[in-house]
Design a protein around this ligand. Structure first.
Ligand code: COA
Length: 375
């Protein structure tokens, strides 16, 4: 108990700080609801533009509304010159992609945006794709307003129009990760905007939070482990050794889910479709073996804790199947999650209530000041 009588909840676990209509996570039942739809229902059907509209406005657009919204987003994709200059400087210094995204997102307030949420959603993929190319010594590909949001992202990355299967797989991924309750980055965004600060500041903070390996930084390492294992018979010794060294297995465990993360199943199905039609099916099968072994070893490691597969494990496989290198995994997560971040900014602005928890002081008391020579 703190001096005010409030109880201490380490990591805020179990504390409900926000009421939201954007998404609900039932960690005991393994259910994720996105503005009224289960993740299984909506992710594989909606385009990303529909998903953003749904999260922002609590309802799907009709055909006319959707066309207008798609057009408004497509119109805002181009980056200001100052943003591109900054990305060039960052690429020359080989700054990691998430840091480049963070500093570039910050520049979106330079031209005093009329609708910052729209700019942030429209331009996040342009920043990520432009930086990806600049890092490789290639010129950015200008966005194509004739393509949908997800198709255009792949186009800007590859300089080649993507096929329908890839676009559907990417949209399923972006929709699946578009929002997820009061996760760390969304909470960071809401705390910032709750001070009546602006959405660009909030999303810059959210990107900083997403970068950490306990949040959005896990899929790259999760895939690296699958590659290191290489063949099913190596799964057990490699994973056992990692656990023995006290390492966490990336792609497993979750603060909220005590059963399997429903997003893992949606992405596993999408990955299976992708790998069966045009991918490395052997890699997919190996990943299934790795998952099975990891779950068995985690049960031995923390019996009864029910550490299960989380979203990052199949994210890694799906994005790899789309030809994205691991350094694009977390930035691509941001391309999807910016839908939820901005929706939460809009909801928090309407709520207009400062978020300000308390702390419990556990330091010394009654110290007397002495000059440096007497310490
Ligand atoms: N591998 C090995 N051990 C794990 C583990 C994992 N992936 N996840 C949790 N554990 C262990 C913890 O170390 C802890 O052990 P301890 O009691 O000896 O300290 C125990 O299981 C309970 O952890 P829990 O309370 O469930 O974790 P958390 O709520 O603090 O953390 C995560 C949740 C997601 C940060 C954690 O599971 C993790 O680090 N996973 C790997 C990273 C990852 O995939 N992140 C993406 C999340 S979507």
């Amino acid at each position: 108990m703190g001096s005010s009588g409030a109880s201490f909840a380490p990591g805020l676990e179990g504390v409900v700080a926000v009421r939201t209509r954007i998404s609900g996570v039932d960690g005991g039942a393994g259910v994720l609801t996105l503005a009224g739809y289960s993740v299984e229902e909506i992710s594989g059907h909606a385009s990303f533009e529909e998903m953003v509209y749904l999260l922002w406005r609590d309802g799907l657009p009709d055909a006319e509304e959707l066309a207008a919204f798609r057009g408004a987003l497509a119109e805002r994709r181009e980056l200001p010159g100052a943003t591109l200059d900054l990305l060039r400087t960052a690429a020359a210094r080989k700054v990691p992609a998430m840091d480049a995204l963070r500093v570039a997102a910050d520049t979106l307030s330079l031209d005093a945006p009329e609708d910052p949420a729209l700019d942030l959603v429209a331009r996040t993929p342009t920043i990520v794709a432009a930086y990806h190319r600049l890092l490789r010594g290639e010129e950015p590909v200008a966005p194509d307003p004739g393509l949908g949001h997800a198709a255009n992202y792949l186009y800007m990355l590859r300089d080649e129009r993507p096929g329908g299967g890839s676009v559907r797989a990417l949209e399923t991924y972006l929709n699946t990760v578009s929002d997820h309750g009061m996760n760390a980055s969304t909470f960071a965004a809401r705390v910032i905007v709750a001070t009546r600060s602006d959405p660009v500041s909030a999303i810059v903070g959210a990107i900083g939070a997403l970068k950490g390996p306990l949040h959005g930084g896990a899929p790259g390492p999760a895939l690296d482990v699958v590659f290191e294992i290489g063949a099913a018979e190596n799964a057990e010794p490699v994973l056992r050794e990692r656990l023995r060294r006290g390492e966490r297995l990336m792609g497993f465990g979750h603060r909220i889910y005590r059963v399997r993360d429903p997003r893992a199943d949606v992405l596993a199905a999408a990955a299976e479709r992708l790998f069966t039609t045009d991918g490395d099916r052997d890699l997919y099968d190996l990943a299934l073996q790795v998952e099975k072994t990891a779950l068995r070893l985690l049960e031995e490691h923390r019996p009864g804790r029910n550490l299960q597969t989380n979203v990052e494990f199949y994210t890694a496989l799906l994005l790899h199947g789309l030809g994205l290198p691991t350094d694009l995994f977390t930035p691509t997560f941001a391309v999807g999650r910016v839908a939820g971040w901005t929706a939460h900014c809009l909801e928090q602005q309407a709520e207009d209530r400062l978020i300000r928890p308390q702390s419990e002081y556990v330091g010394a008391t009654g110290r007397s000041w002495r000059p440096p020579g007497e310490r």
